[in-house]
Design a protein around this ligand. Structure first.
Ligand code: SF4
Ligand code: SF4
Length: 421
């Protein structure tokens, strides 16, 4: 099998195809500290793309309450268990090799492409995975708002349950969509070669003409984001709202625009864009692209289950109240560093965080204009200084798209406002 370099694992890995990378890659960062589980993103996607017959249980975007929730139910527990059982030694992260090329060190375990797979019919299974049952697809928000209590004592909550740094009684909302992976499991498994990555933006699509509904993609996507439509007997998945990303929305005058789920986000947790890629599949250094900055420079945003090996392009700022071991299993070894950076942000990080949801157009680059010091304090024993800096976001054509400040502007209504009481 060909060997490809996976920067998230810090090593080469087996993949059924030679590496082939787009010029720019669709990517997103979600700040899980801010998600309120309102499901506006879920409904924005549903009402745009999956409102027809046969798509009733198809939620390209979903928000599940962790740790118990999941769509389809227990998707991550099941694939983690399969991976665990498929190898002698549990996978580990070796921190010794950590550097700019290997930001999380090296993962020693096997990926879904490397774990020994069973013979399924005449062909060996190319990718480790499973087909969820109809029942597991049926309840997209099962266990919504259900918290974890005392270990071993069902429905008992610790009275000191919500003291930082790690709550004893906890849950958090995990918003998900297709990660438009660099090494997609769905694409690797398709026997019809009906799945492809677009060279212009890395969005992963299923060719509806070629697909014959074998559901190999549904089985192989570890995130369970390829779905089967019984009325047409073919599979469908998130299309990254590609007409918007192409700038085809009449509102934008040809400028690339973020997807529907991003634009609708009430909690302002989402920032989506395009990152430049080298011919070898690594991200091109692009210091002032906000996604590059958050993932590679500030290192506050981490991939979802990088150990699966698909190199997902969705990155998450981990929720700071959640037990660290749980987060490390989900986001890899960068969790402590990411939470520390988020808790006492430097002035650049604080400014970049203001860009989330200030515009629906895709920001390609930002610039910072320093402002005055506003106040000083200590956060968890570390000094913190707030500056009222201004951040400016530019499109890929260099046009200014947004300008905002760290301090929220304070508006005083005139005394005779017509709605005053
Ligand atoms: S998340 Fe799943 S469906 Fe999306 S590209 Fe990755 S493997 Fe394919
Ligand atoms: S719209 Fe935003 S805040 Fe609401 S559930 Fe979706 S991601 Fe979370």
């Amino acid at each position: 099998m060909p060997q490809v370099f996976n920067w998230q694992l810090g090593r080469e890995m087996s993949y059924p195809y030679e590496g082939s990378f787009p010029q720019r890659q669709f990517a997103f960062v979600f700040n899980l500290n801010r998600c309120i589980g309102c499901q506006t993103c879920t409904m924005a996607c549903k009402s745009t793309w999956t409102f027809s017959k046969g798509q009733e249980f198809m939620w390209w975007n979903n928000v599940e309450t962790k740790p118990y929730g999941g769509y389809p139910q227990f998707w991550d527990v099941k694939i983690l268990k399969q991976l665990h059982e498929a190898q002698q030694e549990p996978g580990r992260w070796d921190a010794k090799t950590q550097d700019a090329q290997h930001p999380y060190g090296t993962y020693t375990g096997k990926t879904i492409f490397e774990a020994p797979v069973q013979q399924a019919g005449p062909e060996p299974q190319r990718v480790l995975g499973y087909l969820p049952t109809d029942e597991e697809w049926r309840f997209p928000n099962i266990y919504e708002d259900t918290a974890v209590g005392k270990p071993g004592a069902p429905l008992t909550f610790d009275p000191a349950g919500t003291q930082l740094p790690e709550h004893k009684t906890w849950f958090f909302y995990l918003a998900r969509l297709c990660n438009h992976c660099t090494y997609p499991g769905c694409l690797a498994a398709c026997p019809r070669q009906a799945i492809y990555k677009r060279p212009e933006d890395g969005i992963v699509l299923i060719d509806q003409q070629r697909c014959r509904g074998y559901r190999k993609c549904v089985e192989a996507c570890p995130y369970k984001k390829a779905m089967y439509r019984p009325t047409t007997r073919i599979s469908e998945k998130c299309i990254g709202c590609y007409p918007r990303v192409e700038g085809k929305d009449p509102e934008t005058g040809g400028r690339p625009m973020e997807t529907r789920c991003m634009a609708a986000c009430i909690g302002q947790i989402r920032l989506q864009g395009l990152v430049k890629m080298n011919p070898d599949g690594a991200w091109t250094e692009d210091r002032y692209n906000p996604l590059y900055y958050l993932v590679k420079v500030a290192k506050v945003a981490l991939p979802l289950y990088p150990q699966f090996g698909t190199a997902p392009n969705g990155f998450y700022m981990p929720p700071r109240w959640v037990p660290r071991d749980y987060l490390k299993q989900m986001f890899g070894p960068g969790v402590e560093e990411a939470i520390a950076a988020y808790l006492t942000p430097d002035r650049e990080l604080l400014a970049v965080l203001q860009l989330f949801r200030k515009t629906n157009l895709i920001i390609a680059r930002y610039a910072l204009k320093e402002g005055p010091k506003v106040y000083e304090t200590e956060i968890h024993g570390k000094p913190f200084t707030l500056y009222n800096d201004t951040i400016i976001g530019y499109g890929e054509d260099g046009q200014e798209l947004v300008r905002t400040q760290v301090e929220e502007p304070f508006h005083v209504r005139p005394a005779q406002h017509q709605n005053s009481i």
